[in-house]
Design a binder for this molecule. Structure first.
Ligand code: IMP
Ligand code: MG
Length: 169
């Protein structure tokens, strides 16, 4: 296992992203929607920089693929709890790979009447992108490799590591 992003770099970048998000949403009501389970650590660090007004919700999406690759056939196994009709939503994701998961979810939010959908991902892996997706906030761009740590898992392990590591599969 090789360290790709140190805990210190992650923390510095998360603070920077939060500053950008705050500056872009002054006086705007904002809901963070984290995609479980991978985004739980990133969202909690981000939220601690964003102040008192942001609201938080979570969904869990399941893809019918295997654990390292998504198929594009997605279903919601834990739905939203807040009413997001007419609101601005910042979707918080751990990593965007093919983009199939997020594309499905963004379309789903629009169908449910969300006014503005934006995306914040800690890691962008653009090499395997299969659908066009506009990412509003990106922590790190990493070309390839299977990553674990800081919420990212392999078979449910490694989520608690404070940095991001490449796993030799
Ligand atoms: P996508 O639909 O291909 O963009 O895949 C997105 C989801 O697959 C992410 O939310 C992760 O849960 C998982 N995933 C993709 N790449 C990695 C990785 O390198 N490590 C851990 N999980 C990953
Ligand atoms: Mg995920």
């Amino acid at each position: 296992m090789k360290e790709v992003i140190s805990p210190e770099r992650i923390q510095a970048r998360v603070a920077e992203l939060a500053r950008e998000i705050k500056a872009d949403h002054q006086n705007e009501d904002l809901v963070l929607v984290g995609i479980l389970k991978g985004a739980f650590i990133f969202l909690s660090d981000l939220a601690r920089h964003l102040g008192e007004d942001v609201e938080i919700d979570f969904v869990r999406l399941a893809s019918y693929g295997n654990s390292t690759q998504s198929s594009g056939e997605i279903r919601l196994t834990k739905d939203l709890e807040l009413e997001l009709n007419g609101r601005t939503v910042l979707v918080v994701e751990d990593i965007v790979d093919t983009g199939l998961t997020l594309k499905w979810f963004v379309d789903h939010l629009r169908e449910r009447g969300v006014r503005k959908v934006e995306i914040c991902t800690l890691v962008d892996k653009p090499e395997r992108r299969e659908v066009e997706l506009e990412l509003d906030y990106v922590g790190f761009e990493i070309p390839s490799g299977f990553l674990v740590g800081y919420g990212l898992d392999y078979g449910e392990k490694y989520r608690g590591l404070p940095g991001i590591y490449e796993l030799e599969l």
